[in-house]
Design a protein around this ligand. Structure first.
Ligand code: TYD
Length: 208
């Protein structure tokens, strides 16, 4: 049996964490060993980097430095958490991965060459499937704002978040076989059913 690597992506407040929990629970009922993780902050080092890059009170972070901090978090996460789990046969569900850098730093911050850094950081490891939760950023930011105070990226202007959304959709359109794009304006139940279906199709391939 081969382990599945699934990334959940999308803008602010799209409901990734709920869907990851539900997908993990669904996989476990199928007898799979599942690791849920996140970026930034999936490791002890990553939690420090997360604080540096997201704390609104932390020093001003320039766009290139920001891209490198996310890349450092990801490199460490891939080497110490993701690759070992996959090698041990565990399915890995990550809340954000490479596409977040391509969308937020690449498109949002206008750094198209962020792809070079992120490919180097991962050693080229790509998810088997990326679940993109697509939502109008006005809706997502309102949800995120209701939950807590805004972090540094959530507080960016609406057109930044529109760019990010468009970039995620463009990435999915480039490689449709590796993505499922779901309308996240709908109920959590409706979305969870489609996530399970998409993951189930991949599982069928690996369990055959
Ligand atoms: P996330 O943990 O999903 O946010 P929250 O806990 O507030 O729901 O993501 C944190 C923020 O980091 C989010 O605004 C997106 C941003 N981010 C990037 O800009 N680039 C990246 O490569 C990653 C992984 C996240």
């Amino acid at each position: 049996m081969t382990a599945l690597f699934v990334a959940f992506e999308g803008g602010e407040g799209v409901g990734k964490s709920t869907q990851i929990e539900r997908a993990a629970a669904w996989l476990r009922t199928r007898g799979r060993d599942v690791l849920e993780t996140r970026e930034p902050g999936g490791t002890p080092l990553g939690r420090e980097l997360r604080r540096l890059v997201l704390d609104p009170d932390s020093h001003h972070v320039t766009p290139r430095a920001e891209a490198l901090l996310y890349a450092a978090d990801r490199a460490h996460h891939v080497d110490t958490v993701i690759r070992p789990a996959l090698a041990a046969g565990r399915d890995v569900l990550t809340d954000r991965y490479v596409d977040s850098t391509l969308a937020y730093q690449g498109a949002g911050r206008g750094l198209p060459d962020a792809r070079v850094v992120t490919t180097w950081a991962t050693g080229g490891l790509l998810p088997d499937l990326t679940v993109l939760l697509d939502l109008d950023p006005r809706v997502g930011l309102a949800r995120a704002g209701a939950r807590s105070s805004f972090d540094r990226l959530e507080a960016a202007a609406l057109d930044f978040h529109e760019e990010v959304r468009a970039a995620f959709l463009a990435l999915a359109a480039e490689a449709p076989e590796r993505y499922v794009v779901l309308d996240a304006h709908r109920s959590s139940d409706a979305i969870a059913a489609e996530v399970a279906e998409a993951i189930g199709t991949r599982l069928f391939d690996v369990e055959r």
